[in-house]
Ligand binder design. Structure first.
Ligand code: HEC
Ligand code: HEC
Length: 212
């Protein structure tokens, strides 16, 4: 429990850091973002960020600061390994400048999400319980506390989950659980995912896909 409490307590600290990030000089060029999106990102995320292949997350309507953080995390700087490892995305960001990443994050965040749907209603109903109430026995906190009751996320550090592909959400939770994804501030998601069963992961991933 301690690490989760510590994680919750550090949210305040984190939002200071995030605000500092948001206050950096605006170098956002939506037209440039759209141009790169429709030349490069389009192949996997669609030009408006409404990806159609479940392995490629939907970016439309995602919190821009979260998108920017991910793009920066995919980038390896000064010979150090990137904070978020993914062979495809590590390659994609290699040639992007920080200004490009800001513009892309702002552009995709401003697009209208065409949400995914929950395929398995029964599984989604199990997931709803965990999303709203957590699991007191294993110490999984309610997802709603950080990702919002309707899954819209809470600016600026907590991403939208509502309408995301269940396959992608499941893959990320498993990656947090195994430590393969380790770019979450204060190990928040690693601590939580480590306490989740594979069944809970499947159920909550199913629920959030249909969450509006
Ligand atoms: C060849 C396919 C491909 C292309 C092209 C591509 N992506 Fe991705 N993108 C992916 C995949 C696959 C993931 C999921 C990575 C993972 O599983 O961690 C991803 C993840 C992301 C994420 C993380 C989203 C989240 O919810 O955490 C962002 C942001 C992103 N891509 C932005 C972009 C941008 C901007 C471009 C264009 C410059 C781009 N991608 C081009 C395949 C692609
Ligand atoms: C204490 C706050 C907190 C709680 C509670 C929480 N999360 Fe998160 N979650 C985060 C943060 C912060 C991130 C962003 C990590 C990063 O910056 O890369 C995140 C990211 C995620 C992602 C990755 C999203 C993407 O687009 O790649 C998923 C999936 C996720 N959380 C699912 C859940 C689920 C399911 C629950 C409930 C079982 C939950 N979270 C509870 C803080 C929380």
């Amino acid at each position: 429990m301690n690490r989760v409490l510590a994680a919750a307590a550090s949210v305040a600290l984190l939002s200071c850091a995030a605000q500092a990030l948001a206050q950096e000089p605006a170098a956002v060029d939506l037209a440039k973002g759209k141009q790169i999106a429709s030349q490069v990102c389009v192949a996997c995320h669609a030009a408006d960020g409404n990806s159609v292949i479940p392995a490629n997350p939907k970016l439309a309507g995602q919190i821009p600061e979260y998108l920017l953080k991910q793009l920066r995390d995919f980038k390896s700087e000064g010979g150090k390994p990137a904070r978020r490892q993914n062979p495809i995305m590590n390659g994609m960001v290699a040639t992007l400048s920080d200004a490009d990443m800001r513009s892309l994050a702002a552009y995709f965040g401003s697009q209208t999400l065409r949400p995914a749907v929950a395929q398995d209603k029964e599984l989604a109903a199990q997931g709803q319980k965990l999303y709203r109430g957590g699991d007191a026995v294993t110490g999984v906190p309610a997802c709603a506390g950080c990702h919002g009751p309707s899954g819209a996320g809470i600016p600026i550090e907590f991403p939208r989950l509502g309408g995301q592909f269940s396959e992608y959400v499941e893959a990320q939770l498993k990656a947090f659980k195994s430590g393969a994804r380790a770019n979450d501030p204060n190990e928040m998601m690693r601590t939580i995912a480590a306490r989740m069963s594979d069944q809970q992961i499947k159920a909550v991933a199913q629920y959030v896909a249909g969450l509006r």
